[in-house]
Design a protein around this ligand. Structure first.
Ligand SMILES: Cc1ncc(COP(=O)(O)O)c(C=O)c1O
Length: 499
């Protein structure tokens, strides 16, 4: 019999066999989702949640066109790419048509990690260099080769940084080394990379690749300053290395105006390798590495063949094609621009109103809300962020908090997110922030502390009543009984520094 290994709080709350192999959202009170449609998920009681988390369900959960394409191909054939098949050829053509011309060779894989691992192999084979420059707080996947280049992970664990890995500062102009008041943050951050290269050369090391997400997601929804990537690419190319753009989270039109996030930095910036995953299959495991002919030929001329049992199979490619069709047919890029702009406007209004909001940043439907305890020092409001995401869950809105301080609310919903959804989310956020700030103001910051998602006794004011949402109200009452987190019940289970 198979045991579900989940977080310890789940054990306490639900009496299940649990362990350390699975990390769930809302660990103190996880949700069991039974079905989903579009931008909504439904739990075992039929309660609806607005999904602001799932960028994988890119064109909407269980999109009928994607389901139909997968089913149809499943009924006919699924096999590996050792046999000729039209789907893989058509899909490669459609994908490369979205990219600048030099990016013309596709390797199909099954996860973002597989794609990034292969990208590293291609980069290292290209000139025989080994070293990799990565950004601080980056996450590029769960394989050993990627944990090594993911400070987001290796800094948390006991792993030491490997000697062939070099960590450049994250080009974060809100909280990073060079901020918005710097006269040329792009050059300053790029010069950090240049210095890393020079130091590596002095130690006799050679740079194979610089890897970065086109916008850092786990790293805290960071958008690098204009011109940064061009300058980095120049330094890296001069060192004989290649530029890998990780578009696993941020590709496929999420930024709206462009299909790939790297394209928003200008036509003069073209990565040598682009990796993609998550939204590509709308939940079906499908990913890809796209590179230039020159890099691909260097790889194959070494005698290295690439074979992947499932990569590029006819079903996966049918799914990938259907996702591209839906993005186009439903004008989801246009939707990302329209709804993204509207949501950003609403959030900017909230920023003016709530001292807890330090920064709103984002493009299209990729937005971060950086929560701070004070505007001047920009002290991350970590515990407050945790509190907010649990309270939002009670209101039926799924959000997550990430970044090095876990104080950035991440918004990356399915691309069918509407203006009504945006308003619904922001109204609840407004209510929760108002209540929280009131409590913090009157009780002198004693309510929320770093390691607790909720205080022992939640003051009445924190449970914000929103008279316009009666459906949510009944859920609220129900979930107060059922949910541990912001109720007295959970308080008994939660660790607290201050209460
Ligand atoms: C930027 C980035 N790259 C790569 C990966 C790894 O993708 P996967 O989990 O599909 O292996 C992730 C996963 O979260 C990611 O966020």
């Amino acid at each position: 019999m198979c045991e579900l290994y989940c977080k310890q709080d789940t054990l306490a709350l639900r009496g299940k066999h649990i362990g350390p192999s699975c990390k769930v959202f809302f660990a103190a009170d996880p949700i069991k989702i039974m079905r989903a449609q579009g931008q909504y998920m439904f739990d075992e009681k039929g309660e609806r949640y607005l999904d602001c988390i799932n960028n994988v369900a890119h064109v909407g959960h269980c999109h009928p066109e994607v389901v139909k394409a997968a089913t149809k191909q499943m009924e006919l054939l699924n096999t590996n790419s050792r046999f000729l098949h039209d789907n893989i050829v058509e899909y490669a053509k459609r994908l490369t048509a979205t990219l600048p011309q030099p990016l013309s060779v596709c390797y199909f894989t099954n996860s973002g990690s597989e794609a990034n691992d292969l990208a590293l192999r291609l980069a290292r084979q290209f000139r025989g260099h080994q070293d990799v420059i990565t950004l601080d707080h980056a996450y590029h996947g769960h394989l050993s080769s990627l944990i090594e280049i993911s400070p987001y992970k290796f800094r948390k664990g006991k792993d030491v940084k490997k000697e062939f890995v070099h960590v450049a500062p994250s080009p974060d102009t809100y909280r990073g080394k060079y901020r918005e008041d710097h006269e040329d943050a792009a050059t300053a951050y790029a010069d950090e990379v240049k210095k890393i290269i020079e130091d590596a050369h002095r130690s006799g090391r050679k740079i194979a690749a610089f890897i970065a997400e086109s916008m850092q997601s786990c790293g805290g929804q960071i958008i690098p300053p204009a011109g940064y990537f061009q300058k980095v690419a120049e330094h890296v190319h001069n060192a004989g290395g290649v530029f890998i753009a990780d578009e696993v989270q941020v590709g496929f039109g999420r930024v709206g105006k462009h299909f790939w996030s790297f394209q928003m930095y200008g036509e003069d910036f073209i990565p040598d390798i682009v990796t993609m995953g998550k939204p590509m299959g709308n939940g079906h495991p499908l990913s890809c590495v796209v590179t230039t002919k020159e890099i691909a030929e260097a790889f194959s001329s070494s005698g290295m063949e690439y074979f992947n049992t499932y990569g590029g199979n006819p079903v996966s490619c049918a799914v990938g094609l259907a996702v591209l069709d839906v993005i186009e047919n439903e004008n989801l890029q246009g939707n990302a621009v329209r709804v993204g702009n509207y949501l950003t406007e609403l959030l900017d209004e909230q920023k003016a109103k709530h001292p807890l909001i330090g920064d709103i940043r984002g493009v299209g439907l990729f937005i971060g809300i950086d929560l701070v305890k004070d505007h001047e020092k920009r002290t991350p409001a970590t515990a407050e962020a945790q509190h907010i995401i649990y309270k939002m869950k009670e209101k039926g809105v799924l959000l997550s908090a990430d970044g090095p301080h876990r104080n950035v609310l991440k918004i990356k919903p399915p691309m069918c997110f509407t203006e009504e959804d945006a308003k619904f989310m922001v109204d609840h956020l407004d209510g929760i922030l108002t209540a929280l700030e009131e409590v913090m103001g009157t009780k002198n910051d004693s309510v929320i502390s770093e390691n607790t998602v909720c205080r022992t006794k939640v003051p009445k004011e924190v449970h914000v009543e929103l008279p316009n949402h009666s459906a949510t109200e009944s859920r609220e009452n129900d979930s107060r009984k059922r949910n541990g987190v912001c109720s007295d019940q959970h308080a008994l289970l939660s660790k607290r520094l201050k209460t």
